[in-house]
Structures are given as structure tokens and as C-alpha cells.
Design a protein around this ligand. Structure first.
Ligand code: OAD
Length: 231
């Protein structure tokens, strides 16, 4: 059996579900309540920035009140104590991995950050953002949430792909496998010869691509999985 020195972990909204944050595509999820085209595209922001700010202001308030659950805490423990490398890539924008003490790569941005649509400067977002807020660098009135919207390129892709190409194990936790490029990471890791494992409440659209499946709520399955890796 191949020795596990480098692990890449991808997390999605499911890991934060037990912290009280709704997922996107489960029953009654965010995308059942809001249309993606109204709140999560650059075109939506150009058309109705107030609506987009209200959507992300609500997400920011909820995330600020949420606490990491045992799954976030276990991944932070793994990152600190694993003798090899653990690259934690998250699609989540809620900041709960950091609150648990981990150091994630944020491929879809962060609610806690603002981005200038004119000059790309980034800064800490206030609790509420409003239309016309100015950029502290170029003073244009085009501040937006630092979130990667549909039609935009996720962040840190070079670094992530390099990690996938050299990993020995790839794990996807609480993600539906419906959004690319994240949904394609398992294939990239398989091409590198990595062992692949999916941890999810149920089968996802990408389940067939994984060798191992650990089914159950992340707060229970992730700490046990981490214990085995650290044993
Ligand atoms: P989804 O809402 O698409 O999927 C959530 C996944 O978590 C599902 O597969 C659930 O089965 C699983 N799940 C729910 N509760 C769980 C629990 N307690 N334990 C373990 N698994 C659980 O969320 P994502 O896959 O993260 O992008 O969505 C990917 C991207 O689509 C998001 O980053 C967001 C969204 O549109 C942007 O906004 C750019």
C-alpha cells in the first residue's frame, strides 16, 4: 500500500451544516430560496448591487454567529499534527476553518473580505456592505464581496492543481460535486495515483469517482477519520 505523505482535502457546505449554516442544494437550501442569477453572478451585481449586498450581508451575519463543529476542529488537528503535508482547500466562504485553527485555501473567496471591482484591491469587509462603498486604494465606488461568482475563475487554482498532482490521498467532505472545477479534483488526484475518499451524508454526483465512501454527518465521521490518519 502507498505511504500517505501528502493529503489534499476539499470541503463544501456540508461540513458547516451542523454549525447551523444552510447548504446550497440540499432540500430548502440557499439555491431553493434565491436564484443564482439574482445574487451570485457579476451580471447580478451590475444589475442590482443592493440585492446582492443584502444576500451576502445576511450570509456574513450568520457566519459571524456560527461556531466550528467537531469536523472543522478535527481537520485543524490533522493539519497541525500530521507528519506530512495537509492541504485544505475549501469552497466555503464562512471562515469556520480558520475559527477552528486551520489554514485553508479559499478557492471561492471569503465573506470577511471585500474586493474592489475596479482595481482588484482587497480589504477586510465591514459587517454590512452597501452600494457605492469606496475602495480604500483607488477610491472608486465599486466595492463588492470578495466571493467568486458563477462565471468567474476560482482563486489559487495553480497551487491547488500542483497539490493534487502530487498528493497520495484526496478527500472530499460535504460537497455535492456539482460545481467545477472543484468537482473535477477527484479525477486529477486519481491521475496522480492518489487514494480517494468521499465523506458525505449521502451519495453525491461524484461518488462513483471515489474508491472509498464514508457516509454520515461530518461532525461524527470526520473526527473518526482524522483519528485513524493520526494513529
Ligand atoms: P452543496 O449544497 O451543493 O452540497 C452540500 C453537500 O453536503 C451535499 O452533498 C450534502 O449531501 C452534504 N451534506 C449536507 N449535510 C452534511 C453533513 N452534516 N455532513 C456531511 N455532508 C453533508 O454545497 P457545495 O458542494 O459546497 O459556490 O457547493 C459548491 C458551491 O456551489 C459553493 O461553494 C457555492 C455554490 O454555488 C459559489 O457560491 C461560488
Amino acid at each position: 500500500m502507498r505511504r500517505i505523505d501528502r493529503i489534499v482535502i476539499l470541503t463544501g457546505a456540508g461540513i458547516s451544516a451542523e454549525s447551523g449554516l444552510g447548504t446550497f442544494r440540499d432540500e430548502g437550501g440557499l439555491w431553493a430560496q434565491h436564484r443564482i442569477e439574482d445574487v451570485a453572478t457579476p451580471e447580478a451585481f451590475a444589475r442590482n448591487p443592493d440585492c446582492v449586498h443584502r444576500f451576502y450581508n445576511a450570509r456574513r451575519t450568520q457566519a459571524a454567529q456560527a461556531e466550528p463543529n467537531p469536523a472543522h476542529i478535527a481537520l485543524a488537528r490533522l493539519q497541525s499534527n500530521f507528519p506530512g503535508e495537509v492541504v485544505l482547500v475549501t469552497q466555503n466562504v464562512d471562515g469556520l476553518h480558520e475559527k477552528a485553527g486551520a489554514q485553508p485555501i479559499h478557492m471561492h473567496g471569503q465573506l470577511s473580505r471585500a474586493l474592489c471591482a475596479s482595481c482588484d484591491h482587497r480589504w477586510d469587509a465591514p459587517p454590512e456592505m452597501h452600494v457605492g462603498e469606496t475602495c480604500p486604494a483607488c477610491h472608486a465606488g465599486s466595492a463588492r464581496p470578495d466571493i467568486v461568482w458563477f462565471g468567474e475563475m476560482p482563486y489559487h487554482m495553480e497551487q491547488i492543481v500542483a497539490a493534487l498532482q502530487t498528493c497520495d490521498m484526496f478527500a472530499a467532505i460535504g460537497t455535492s460535486g456539482q460545481v467545477y472545477p472543484a468537482a473535477g479534483f477527484v479525477e486529477e488526484a486519481r491521475m496522480a495515483g492518489a487514494e480517494t475518499v468521499e465523506l458525505n451524508l449521502r451519495d453525491s454526483d461524484m461518488s462513483h469517482a471515489f474508491q472509498k465512501h464514508i457516509v454520515g454527518p461530518a461532525s461524527k465521521t470526520v473526527p473518526l477519520w482524522v483519528n485513524r490518519l493520526l494513529a
